[in-house]
Design a protein around this ligand. Structure first.
Ligand code: FEO
Length: 397
């Protein structure tokens, strides 16, 4: 990727890398649209700073971009976050620029020492709102813990009205466009919010307030395009992290021989007839990012599983574990499924969602293929869901 200036004659440059082909992050998160590792160069009158680096696989791209800009001196490297997709090239950069100081907060310093074995003498430690003048540009460091690690921070350049937010407000979207505007950006950002930020909703709301108070003209995250119209992403984050939920039911299910699938089909139709939106996910064929996105807004989750080896199907266990870890703002949970001779499917799945502060609606379990009484019980479940959605003032009607 060629180096690009963020605004004409600003002295602010994007020098990171596009990873068009990466399809999995953390060996967990699907990347249907690839990703970027954004690194930014800030040229002041007197000093030059590099904000974050790139994933180690793309170190050469970063060096090529610095060479293109004829950068022969870096005074400061700013580390907003310790995770290696941004910090992984730090050892190479610090080796190539031996005079550079690594600037970060105390918590991030310890993480970088642990993960990358960076020696103590390279660090300059900064506190919340401490500033670093570069000549005509002043970097202000703003601690922003838990988006999504405890050591994360932002950098604000008041003179330019530009805020660098690292993972916060980012997206896994490889794009040739520097600025947001691509129609995919909303979806990519929502997917990223769901997978990375949703478990930290309280911190997200606090940091959103900090960002709004600065009234930035431009927001530069460390993944995906830059926002030159910040309202787009700030308004989206306000909605996603709010306490309001939608009149929607997410139905992740798995079926081995069709019994649970028949129950899923009946429940989906029953909910639709009642005017409740449904997002079903046949788990073995599901992109977990799509499931995570659906969990952002839905008022209710109903998980369907057969009984296998006396417990839930592993695919349903995975979905329940994921939902529990992502801590969506779901208000109601229920379960359905079938068994042949017994087991603890319901008990095991219920125990896996203990993090969710939800009301549990009684599950529907069929012995073998569902009979008329089982379908009637699913109709009753749909009635209960509708009634709860209608009477809960936090559900958007
Ligand atoms: Fe993009 Fe938490 O690293």
């Amino acid at each position: 990727m060629a180096a690009r200036e963020l605004k004409p004659n600003s002295g602010l440059f994007a020098v990171g890398a596009i990873d068009w082909d990466r399809r999995l992050f953390d060996e967990l998160i699907p990347l249907p649209d690839g990703t970027t590792y954004n690194s930014y160069l800030v040229k002041g009158r007197d000093k030059t700073a590099l904000l974050d680096t790139v994933d180690p696989a793309k170190t050469q791209v970063l060096f090529d971009n610095l060479r293109e800009l004829k950068v022969d001196r870096i005074d400061y490297v700013i580390a907003h976050h310790g995770e290696q997709d941004h910090s992984g090239s730090l050892p190479a950069v610090l080796s190539a620029f031996p005079m550079a100081k690594l600037v970060t907060n105390a918590k991030c310093k310890e993480i970088l020492k642990d993960l990358l074995l960076i020696p103590e003498e390279r660090f300059v430690t900064v506190a919340d709102h401490e500033t670093l003048p570069l000549g005509g540009k002043t970097l202000e460091f703003i601690l922003a813990p838990w988006v999504h690690w405890p050591e994360t921070m932002f950098t604000w350049i008041k003179e330019d009205g530009v805020l660098f937010t690292c993972d916060f407000l980012g997206s896994h979207l490889a794009s040739s466009e520097l600025l947001a505007g691509d129609a995919r950006i909303y979806t990519s950002n929502k997917r990223y919010y769901a997978e990375i930020m949703m478990p930290f909703r309280t911190s997200v709301r606090q940091h959103l307030e900090k960002v709004r108070a600065l009234a930035p003209q431009m927001i530069c995250p460390s993944h995906g395009p830059v926002f030159d119209k910040p309202a787009l992403i700030l308004d989206a984050y306000r909605d996603w992290s709010s306490e309001q939920v939608k009149n929607e039911v997410v139905v992740p299910y798995v079926s081995m021989h069709g019994s649970t699938a028949a129950m899923a089909a009946h429940l989906i139709e029953a909910l639709m007839k009642r005017g409740v939106a449904v997002k079903p996910f046949d788990l073995p064929k599901t992109d977990v990012g799509e499931l995570a996105m659906a969990l952002v807004d839905a008022a209710t989750v109903v998980i369907g599983s057969p009984t296998v080896l006396a417990g839930p199907h592993p695919a349903a266990v995975y979905a329940a574990y994921l939902a529990n870890a992502l801590r969506p703002k779901t208000r109601y949970v229920s379960l359905f499924g079938s068994y042949s001779w017994g087991g603890k499917m319901v008990e095991t799945l219920s125990g896996l969602v203990a993090n969710l502060k939800v009301e549990v609606i009684p599950p529907v379990v069929a012995k073998g293929f569902p009979k008329p009484a089982d379908f009637a019980a699913l109709d009753k479940l749909a009635d209960q869901i509708l009634e709860k959605h209608q009477t809960n003032t936090e559900v958007i009607k």
